[in-house]
Each structure stands twice: as structure tokens, then as C-alpha cells.
Design a protein around this ligand. Structure first.
Ligand code: NAD
Ligand code: ZN
Ligand code: ZN
Length: 336
């Protein structure tokens, strides 16, 4: 099969022929129809984070397609089913976290396109217990970005604990952020969108954001505090340390700063303000299989629609360059 392989960090991916993986008892083999390109794939290919993937590897954790082979221990799926293979490739199923609906915190998890090969390939192996079915109303290309960008932002908004009518701020209107704006509106929140590119703010406005701010023009936190006394939750998807600091300062007393983006730097936090304002800072990592089912329904109902440009696998190195420079509006999806 044809696949895009990372052989060295910070070098171009190599498009090559790779052996189709063998199906074991809990696996399904998925013929990939589409896979979104997440900024996490770029971090993985660059070796940005403390725990690095083992080279060589195939990135991709927004892969969707059709099951073509099935392991002997998987009985709830059949050949021909349409499924997606999320970042949470597998987990142990019996630790404290798995047992309490927090499987994304499992210490024994594996991650698609990071610790196991992902979906920048014509076929991808998956743990049949962790794939999620795609609703009939959703095509493959439109379903793909929901498997990471969608579920991650939907879950982060739940973690933010805003109620209908509350203000939330979305920092970074990229692949994740432009879906966050739509989930937030669908959940009944008022949305202020923050990005350093005016085109992204125009996109946010077209997706019904109530306000937009470019932090290059004005400090977003000062603006938000002055205009409406802060947000209940700020969801920071930006790959930028200053954005995290602004997202923190934009939160009102008792509110939550939800960290989603993964720049490799540290976040500085003033202890005094955190204590007196009763502000929480909380990390949010993708979402569970249940979160995925829920947020796929929003997309199937037409409440959330990813802005998509499709490309071919051979275009991946150009796409990574554009992603690094912030040039992509919405999500790029590799179509097979
Ligand atoms: P993206 O490149 O599509 O979007 C990032 C956006 O941030 C861009 O629109 C960019 O213009 C904007 N930005 C940059 N600097 C900014 C600033 N100072 N203020 C406001 N906006 C700014 O990337 P993506 O695919 O949306 O991923 C975003 C981040 O989220 C990555 O670090 C990725 O690894 C991470 N991520 C985390 C999870 C999770 O579960 N926590 C899941 C998926 C992705
Ligand atoms: Zn992702
Ligand atoms: Zn576990």
C-alpha cells in the first residue's frame, strides 16, 4: 500500500510502498477514504514534544474509511462498516480512568499516528473496540476532521462548563478553532474569536462568532474584560505561548481556562490572581468514544460543518509548510 512516512524529524515525509498490516484478534483493517491533517501531525513529524514517536512512522489520526477485514474477537462490527480511527487508538479498558469514563487519561493508551501507525496510508489497522461508526448522513471527507478537531473542541467546551448565554473565547481559529466556534454556537454560548490572522477572524464571523479580536491590534484579554467582564471559559487552541497568557487573563472570576493547543513552551501563571479570582486552568485531551458519537451527531445534523480543502497524499509536504505558517483556513483533508 502507499503511505506517507516520517523517517527523520523535521525532514520531508517520504511517499512509499509499505506492507499492509496483518489483522490480529481485536483488530479491524480499514481501507482509508479520507484523513484530516492536524497540527499534531506536524508536531509529531518535527519531534516537538518530550515523548517522541519512534521512527519511522506513518502520521494521521483523523482517518476514516471502510472495514475490509476483521479480527476473530470483534463481533459488534462487520466488513463494509464506515468507521473513523481517532487519536485514542486503544486503551487498557480496566484502569481507574478507563472505568470512570476518562479513557483518554489511560496510562496504557496508544495513539494513532504517534505510537502506532496512522491513516496517511491506503490502509490502516485499528483496534475494533476503539473505532467509532460514522453516521449515515455524513460523507467520509466531512466526517474525517470530526475525529480529532471536532471531538477535541466539543470536549473542551464541555470541560469549560459554560451555560447557554455565557460568553466563551476561542483562541486560535485554525482547524480546531473554527469547529470550536461552531460547537460553541450550537451549544448556545456567545463567542468571541481571537486569532492573529484577519482571514481567520473573517471565517469566524461567517461561522456566527459574535465578536472577533486580533491580538496584534489590541490585547484580547483587556478588551474582553472591559467589554463584558471576562468569559466563563476560554478555549486555547493556538500554538502560541502568548495566546495562553491572554486566554488565562480573559477568564472571569470563577471561570476556566481550557488548554488544548500544544506549543512546547511552559505557561506562566500568576498565583495571586489565580487564588483571588478562583480561576481554574485545566488541560483537555481529545475526547472519549462517547464524546465522538455525540459530536458526530452535531455534524450529521448539519449544526457543524468543517471548512475543507481536499488534497492528495503526494501534497503532504506542501500542506505541512502551509500549516506551519498559519496559511490554512479550516482543515485540509487528504482524499484517497
Ligand atoms: P492550526 O494550525 O490549524 O490552528 C492554530 C491557529 O492558532 C491558527 O489559526 C493560528 O493563526 C492561530 N494562532 C497562532 N498564534 C496565535 C495567537 N498568538 N493568538 C491567537 N491565535 C493564534 O492547528 P490545529 O490543528 O487547530 O491544532 C492546534 C493545536 O492543538 C496544536 O498544537 C495541536 O497539536 C493541538 N491539539 C490538541 C489536541 C488536544 O486533545 N488537546 C487535539 C488536537 C490538536
Ligand atoms: Zn489532532
Ligand atoms: Zn486504562
Amino acid at each position: 500500500m502507499k503511505a506517507a512516512v516520517v523517517k527523520e524529524f523535521k525532514k520531508d515525509l517520504s511517499i512509499e510502498e509499505v506492507v499492509i498490516p496483518e489483522v490480529k484478534e481485536h483488530d479491524v483493517l480499514v481501507k482509508i477514504k479520507a484523513c484530516g491533517v492536524c497540527h499534531t501531525d506536524l508536531h509529531a513529524a518535527h519531534g516537538d514534544w518530550p515523548v517522541k514517536p519512534t521512527l519511522p512512522f506513518i502520521p494521521g489520526h483523523e482517518g476514516v474509511g471502510e472495514i475490509v477485514a476483521i479480527g476473530s474477537n470483534i463481533s459488534h462490527l462487520k466488513v463494509g462498516d464506515r468507521v473513523g480511527i481517532p487519536w485514542l487508538y486503544t486503551a487498557c479498558g480496566h484502569c481507574e480512568y478507563c472505568l470512570t469514563g476518562r479513557e483518554t487519561l489511560c496510562h496504557h493508551q496508544k495513539n494513532a499516528g504517534y505510537s502506532v501507525d496512522g491513516s496517511y496510508a491506503e490502509y490502516c489497522l485499528a483496534d475494533g473496540r476503539y473505532v467509532v461508526k460514522i453516521p449515515e448522513a455524513l460523507g467520509y471527507v466531512e466526517a474525517a476532521p470530526i475525529f480529532c478537531a471536532g471531538v477535541t473542541t466539543y470536549k473542551a467546551l464541555k470541560v469549560g462548563e459554560a451555560k447557554a448565554g455565557d460568553w466563551v473565547a476561542i483562541y486560535g481559529i485554525g482547524g480546531l478553532g473554527h469547529l470550536a466556534v461552531q460547537y460553541a454556537k450550537a451549544m448556545g454560548f456567545k463567542v468571541v474569536a481571537v486569532d492573529t490572522f484577519d482571514e481567520k477572524l473573517e471565517l469566524a464571523t461567517s461561522l456566527s462568532a459574535d465578536l472577533t479580536i486580533n491580538p496584534k491590534v489590541e490585547d484580547s484579554a483587556d478588551f474582553i474584560q472591559r467589554e463584558f467582564g471576562g468569559v466563563q471559559a476560554s478555549i486555547c487552541t493556538a500554538v502560541s505561548k502568548p495566546a495562553f497568557s491572554e486566554a488565562y487573563r480573559a477568564v472571569k472570576r470563577g471561570g476556566k481556562c481550557v488548554a488544548v493547543g500544544l506549543p512546547p513552551e511552559k505557561m506562566e501563571v500568576p498565583i495571586f490572581d489565580t487564588v483571588l479570582n478562583g480561576v481554574s486552568i485545566v488541560g483537555s485531551i481529545v475526547g472519549t468514544r462517547k464524546d465522538l458519537q455525540e459530536c458526530l451527531e452535531f455534524a450529521a445534523d448539519g449544526k457543524v460543518k468543517t471548512i475543507i480543502e481536499t488534497v492528495k497524499m503526494d501534497d503532504i509536504n506542501r500542506v505541512f509548510e502551509d500549516l506551519e505558517q498559519g496559511k490554512i483556513n479550516g482543515r485540509i483533508v487528504i482524499e484517497f
